[in-house]
Design a protein around this ligand. Sequence first.
Ligand code: C2E
Ligand code: MG
Ligand code: MG
Ligand code: MG
Length: 293
Amino acid sequence: RAKETGKARCVVYSPRHNSPTEHDISLEAAMFQAVREGEFVLYYQPIVDAKTREIEGFETLMRWKHPTLGMVSPARFIPIAETNGLINLLGAWALKAACVQLKQFEEAARRPLYISVNISPRQFRNDKFLEVLDDAIAFSGISGAQLVLEITEGTLMIDPAHAETILAKMAERHARIAIDDFGTGYSSLAYLKRFPISVLKIDRAFIRDLPGSQKDGAICNAVLDLARHLSLSVVAEGVETEEQFAYMSERGCQYVQGYLTGKPMAANVAITALTERHYADLMPADAAPHPAL
Ligand code: C2E
Ligand code: MG
Ligand code: MG
Ligand code: MG
């Protein structure tokens, strides 16, 4: 079976390899084909209010529906796209498509929502990035304030002076900046002072062992404290259990994103989620990303 072959081959792949494996190269060739064939799609994961569980926004997560491999995870293809520059094309498409989708989500929900989009380091540093951003906002007709751009600590630290310029331009457009995977990168806390950041997304690694782990609890509490004093919002990523949800919401975390409150889902499923109260029960089994890839 094609899917199983895909799985088996993926086990050999190591993302830490410095030189591309044979498999990377064939995957890379397939990616260019995939762009032409329209095999890339966007999924949307709810970000919910930790008090009401209402959907406040969605994170856009890219998926590659390969005809024989099945769903290929972005954790596999984004690094390749980052290396060969295809990320600029894919990222521009994702940003624009996500903004257009947000309009449709709002029409279905009949209330304001926001959209959070991942921006890779190379995309952030691309000369055309601000043009791409302006085009997405203008074409979709959303306001910049409805857009959250997720970047990692690493993206800021590659060239802090350049990052400062770009972030100032984003702020002019009222787009908000979220630090993704907060606490896992190589950076100093000084950047929280230097850059106009609005949101911290606590990485799943610090949520996974809650509420049992004292160390993770200490880290989450410290981040929530820090965010409070700096007037930043916090999103807890990867919340899978009611216990994790309760732990974070009781400690003042405003937003939660995780399998408990909604897996990444196709746009039409997201619309159902927005219009049905108990959307978690409505999710089809295939809303989850393919586990092995
Ligand atoms: P990320 O931005 O940190 O996205 C969160 C990841 O955690 C997603 O993985 C999501 O499916 C997963 N997740 C969410 N809730 C849970 C949970 O409760 N449990 C578990 N186990 N996982 C959860 P995904 O979709 O595989 O994406 C992986 C990474 O690929 C993303 O991490 C992001 O860095 C990158 N990525 C995805 N889409 C894009 C894109 O459009 N552009 C760029 N540049 N990067 C993207
Ligand atoms: Mg993200
Ligand atoms: Mg993250
Ligand atoms: Mg992550």
